[in-house]
Design a protein around this ligand. Structure first.
Ligand code: ADP
Ligand code: MG
Length: 284
């Protein structure tokens, strides 16, 4: 592995950096660190500038977004260091790991547990959308549990691909995001805004409840074709015991026409969340 540039002096003065690697992203590793003054643990994302040549704008975007957000369901920026070789981003530590990993372990979630998770994701998305931020890469790998406890908070991370909308009519034209969770209008390159996040939450909700994704293909092209058709099913074998409320909310989030798709605010009022008796242990 290529040698990492040395840590900036100011970083090492305030933080003890653990050897423990929490995860690896597209631009570098994420390590654990401890604030020497408070003893509180954080995540340290190291981005080597050599690896992001031409993508500096993406990084600037990520930092601008992180600086502005403060919400229980969004990983927030705590501190920032920069040298000419690398950028060091210190954020809330989400020690419970990725929802992706928990989903692999569990296979699928009960409606009650899924409703609890989807509600938290939607609250985070509602907050982002209220601040004119579209995440654009929502998927189980970018949803982290704050701790290992049973009622741990779920937090949205990884704003590397998100953009700050200048105004409501600003349409984002860049094709990006991750296959499987991206909305059809992203693939059609017809422009996309907030509704792309709701589509992704719809795919996440579907996947949490049954353990497999609604759109599927042998290769990337057939996956794209499947999303572009926008046809998915609630197969009896897996869905017969799942409520009509859940299926109704998924249908509203996976509305093919982005203009007709439910918003985060509307989705949070959906009866599924009441029916699934999830309001007992929630914040906000
Ligand atoms: P990228 O933008 O390159 O995908 P991410 O921000 O998603 O990078 O980080 C990569 C991985 O590192 C995550 O999927 C997660 O496993 C881990 N990770 C990132 N941020 C944190 C955090 N705040 N706490 C714990 N683990 C984290
Ligand atoms: Mg990521």
């Amino acid at each position: 592995a290529p040698k990492e540039p040395p840590y900036p002096w100011s970083l090492e003065k305030h933080y003890k950096i653990s050897k423990k690697i929490l995860g690896t992203g597209s631009f570098g590793v994420v390590k654990e660190c401890t604030d020497k003054r408070t003893g509180i643990n954080y995540a340290l994302k190291i981005i080597n500038k050599r690896d992001i040549k031409g993508k500096e704008q993406m990084l600037t975007t990520e930092l601008d977004v992180l600086k502005k957000v403060n919400h229980p369901h969004i990983v927030t920026l705590h501190d920032l260091f920069e040298t000419n070789k690398a950028v060091y981003i210190i954020t809330d530590l989400a020690s419970g790991g990725e929802l992706f990993y928990q989903l692999l372990l569990k296979g699928s979630y009960t409606e009650k547990d899924a409703a609890n998770l989807v509600q938290q994701i939607l609250k985070g998305v509602e907050y982002l959308h209220d601040h004119e931020i579209v995440h654009r890469d929502l998927k189980p790998e970018n949803l982290l549990f704050s701790d290992k406890s049973e009622n741990s908070n779920l937090m949205i991370t990884d704003f590397g691909l998100s953009k700050i909308l200048r105004n409501d009519n600003d349409i984002l034209m860049t094709a990006c995001g991750t296959p499987g969770y991206v909305a059809p209008e992203v693939l059609r390159q017809t422009g996309h805004g907030k509704p792309v996040d709701i589509w992704s939450v719809g795919v996440i909700m579907y996947t949490l409840l049954c353990g497999y994704t609604p759109f599927w293909g042998e290769d990337q092209q057939s996956l794209f074709d499947s999303i572009l058709k926008g046809v998915y099913h609630f197969e009896d074998e897996y869905w017969s015991n799942i409520s009509d409320y859940a299926q109704d909310l998924i249908d509203k989030m996976l509305a093919y026409d982005a203009d007709k798709r439910i918003t985060a605010k509307e989705a949070l009022k959906h009866p599924w969340f009441h029916m699934a008796h999830t309001v007992d242990n929630f914040d906000l």
